[in-house]
Design a protein around this ligand. Structure first.
Ligand code: AMO
Length: 431
């Protein structure tokens, strides 16, 4: 390796030790007889101090030529010094430039100069070098690790279902067509039909953390055209309550893990995470409409909640909560109905965002075929899916949780693009 320590390993206790560091030139300060370089790596920043008398001439003379954001390697001695940031500095013997940066930067990675989101996303690689995005993506990793840990402890196994599919799962309007040799195909809107088929295949508990593709026409702060969803499916449930419990416990676990493991990152984002109390509150769709009406927002029965209504609910409820018993007309064909009007479907809401949707599924073949027809779809298009219901399908249910929306609630990001490395939206196909 070109280095044997991170900047965070350079502490006053290591006074006198030799270190080999590497990273980016954050800043250069040239005071003539003494020069300073701030060296940044993924763990933070350390000051390199070069007094003319104490460092080799060749090293000293290199400093004025260093351009910001160049990648350098440094060999030097740790020196405890109360006046240096963090009480410690490194006196370099050798500085080697591994990659020189262009002097014209499209964005200032020190964050001193504000840039709007579009400019930042155009120069995303430089933008990601900043402290806040670094914190966001470290948290994102802790979140997915915590999810895996939680689900595997409960016997779920991770699966990967196809992302090129032949038919719509979540309604036909948001599909991205792809050219698949001589046939029509689409990018998967969700793993829905496959995770259900795996229940027929006897897996009983599966999860997937993978991409979903939605041809959303509109640019909003909470929609992407490519997002990551955390999906589970679970067999032998008594009702949707069984999968709702997994979801609320999972979210509480994730918040706990991030609080425990991401103290520094939360601080960088100026964020405090609450302890989530389970069980979360549950209110029915009908009660939700009444509540909204009391607050001056009228939603017609059978409609999805408009953004304005979701936002209002975020003001009314401080904690995450479930909206249950969604009307049949708002839900896809695979949802189990409770009666002629309402279904077993639920949404998990938090901070004015819909974080997850789920339900118990219809596992009875005849009823399922009827529901497909009632939605104006053709059972023939779902032949392979329907086959799975003919030879023994257990009662089952599950949900899909939006990873980016969950991260918005954790990091406080106002825009979903902030928590996505290279977002895909209506206008953005690169970088
Ligand atoms: P749904 O369509 O509600 O349900 O999607 C599940 C969750 O995925 C997230 N999500 C999105 N996030 C960002 N941008 C988008 N365009 C986007 N679309 C969805 C949301 C949403 O709550 N098959 C069902 C799930 C199930 O019943 O198991 C489904 O896909 O957080």
């Amino acid at each position: 390796m070109l280095k044997d320590a991170y900047t965070a390993d350079v502490t006053p206790e290591r006074d006198g030790e030799e270190v080999r560091l590497a990273g980016w030139v954050h800043e250069v300060r040239d005071l003539g007889g003494i020069k300073f370089v701030l060296l940044r790596d993924r763990t933070g920043i350390v000051q390199l101090t070069l007094p003319k008398q104490k460092v080799p001439k060749e090293t000293f003379e290199k400093v004025p030529k260093l351009t910001k954001e160049s990648v350098i390697r440094v060999e030097g001695t740790v020196q405890a010094n109360e006046k240096a940031p963090g009480g410690v500095e490194v006196i370099p013997q050798r500085i080697e430039v591994l990659s020189e940066s262009d002097t014209h930067l499209p964005l200032d990675p020190t964050g001193k100069v504000d840039a709007d989101l579009d400019t930042r996303l155009d120069a995303r690689v430089l933008d990601l070098r900043r402290e806040e995005p670094q914190a966001i993506f470290k948290i994102r990793n802790v979140v997915t690790t915590a999810i895996r840990e939680f689900l595997e402890e409960r016997g779920f196994i991770e699966v990967h279902t196809p992302k090129i599919i032949a038919s719509a799962t979540e309604g036909g309007t948001e599909l991205f067509p792809v050219v698949y040799f001589e046939r029509d195909a689409y990018l998967a809107q969700s793993p829905q039909l496959y995770k259900q088929m795996l229940m027929a295949a006897g897996f009983e508990r599966v999860y997937e953390i993978g991409p979903i593709f939605r041809a959303e026409e509109h640019n909003t702060r909470r929609h992407l055209n490519e997002a990551i969803s955390v999906d589970i499916e679970m067999s032998f449930i008594e009702s949707e309550e069984d999968v709702m419990r997994v979801l609320e416990e999972l979210l509480a676990h994730v918040f706990r893990k991030v609080r425990e493991e991401c103290e520094k990152e939360l601080e960088a984002l100026d964020r405090e995470l609450p302890e989530l109390e389970t069980p979360f509150e549950r209110i029915t769709y009908e009660e939700t409409l009444d509540l909204l009406s009391e607050h001056g927002i009228e939603v017609e029965w059978g409609e999805d909640l408009p953004t304005e209504a979701e936002r209002k609910l975020g003001e009314i409820f401080e904690e995450p909560f479930f909206i249950t018993e969604w009307p049949r007309e708002t839900r896809p064909f695979y949802t189990m109905a409770k009666d002629d009007e309402v279904t077993t479907a639920f949404d998990l809401m938090y901070q004015g965002l819909e974080l997850a949707s789920g339900a118990q599924r219809e596992h009875r073949y005849d009823v399922l075929v009827r529901q497909i027809e009632e939605q104006g779809l053709s059972p023939e298009d779902f032949r392979h899916y329907l086959e799975a219901f003919k030879y023994g399908m257990p009662p089952h249910g599950g949900w899909g949780l939006g990873l980016e929306r969950t991260l918005m609630t954790i990091t406080g990001a106002e825009n979903i693009r902030e928590v996505t490395l290279f977002p895909r939206d209506r206008k953005r196909l690169h970088p």
